[in-house]
Write a protein of this length. Structure first.
Length: 318
């Protein structure tokens, strides 16, 4: 049986608590600032509007708990399960979440300034319209729904966002590097200078996206679509982009050096000044493409890059 609010507060005053069954408890509006706890069962508990600022909670269960409007600023959660919990309008500012389960969590209107998620399950998480600054590392967020969201200074690394729906979002000073974005919907996003370096975007949709100056170096884009996308001065060096559709896209002064663009569609694209040094352009469709001032192979550079020392000149041969 859960403790009453008075009993719980009295227990907390004695020091860190652990291994308590508080499931279904009614603790709305209580102050747990700086709480230290381990192994708490708070399944289905009402913690709405409570204050857990600066708390450190490890191996705690919050499945289905109500934390709407709660203050979780600077809190540290490790191996905690929040699946199905309600965090709407909660403050998660500057919090650190390690190996936590946040699947199917309702976090609309939550404040997430400076939050860090590491090795967390974010599948089905309902995010607020404004996201960031934030750091996500090694998380699972496949199928994430964040249409028309505002992303600011969000750094995402080694995270799965396969089949995510991020269309019409605005991304400012953001990076999704070494991420899995297979078949993700990034259509009509506004994301100048967005970094997608080393990420996998097989079959992803970037139609109509504004990606001026974006960084795709070493990314995978086979069979992806970027019809009508704005990619002026974008960097696509060393990308694997076989079959990439760039029909009607703006690629003015983009750099696709050493990109593998076999079978890509650049029909009606604007490729003025595009750099294609060392790129594989076999079977590319150029119909109606503006190739004015296209910068082809730099022969002296290619010779220098492909030069190999004679075996007789190596130290092992001396």
């Amino acid at each position: 049986m859960s403790l009453s609010a008075e009993q719980l507060l009295a227990l907390i005053e004695q020091g860190p608590i652990r291994d308590l069954d508080l499931s279904g408890g009614q603790y709305s509006g209580l102050k747990f600032v700086g709480l230290r706890a381990d192994g708490l069962n708070l399944r289905g508990a009402d913690l709405s509007a409570c204050d857990l600022s600066d708390a450190v909670l490890v191996d705690c269960q919050f499945q289905g708990a109500r934390l709407s409007g709660a203050a979780l600023s600077r809190a540290h959660f490790e191996r905690c399960d929040f699946s199905g919990a309600d965090l709407s309008a909660a403050s998660l500012d500057d919090g650190w979440w390690l190996q936590c389960n946040l699947s199917q969590v309702q976090a609309s209107q939550a404040l997430m300034h400076g939050v860090t998620w590491q090795h967390c399950d974010l599948r089905g998480l309902r995010l607020p319209e404004q996201i960031g600054p934030a750091l996500w590392m090694d998380c699972e967020a496949a199928g994430l729904q964040a249409v028309a969201a505002q992303w600011f200074q969000v750094q995402v690394r080694r995270t799965s966002l396969a089949h995510a729906h991020l269309a019409q979002g605005r991304f400012e000073q953001c990076a999704f590097e070494h991420c899995d974005l297979e078949r993700a919907d990034l259509s009509q996003i506004v994301a100048p200078f967005l970094s997608l370096a080393y990420s996998t975007l097989d079959g992803a949709c970037l139609d109509g996206a504004r990606l001026e100056g974006a960084i795709f170096n070493y990314a995978r884009l086979p069979q992806a679509s970027a019809r009508g996308a704005h990619l002026a001065q974008a960097r696509l060096g060393h990308t694997h982009a076989q079959g990439l559709c760039l029909s009607g896209a703006c690629l003015e002064y983009a750099d696709v050096s050493y990109a593998r663009l076999q079978g890509a569609d650049l029909s009606s694209a604007q490729a003025k000044g595009m750099r294609v040094h060392g790129a594989d352009l076999h079977q590319v469709c150029w119909d109606g493409c503006d190739k004015q001032d296209l910068q082809g192979d730099d022969i002296p550079r290619l010779q220098a890059e492909r030069w190999c020392a004679d075996a007789r000149w190596t130290l092992s041969a001396l």
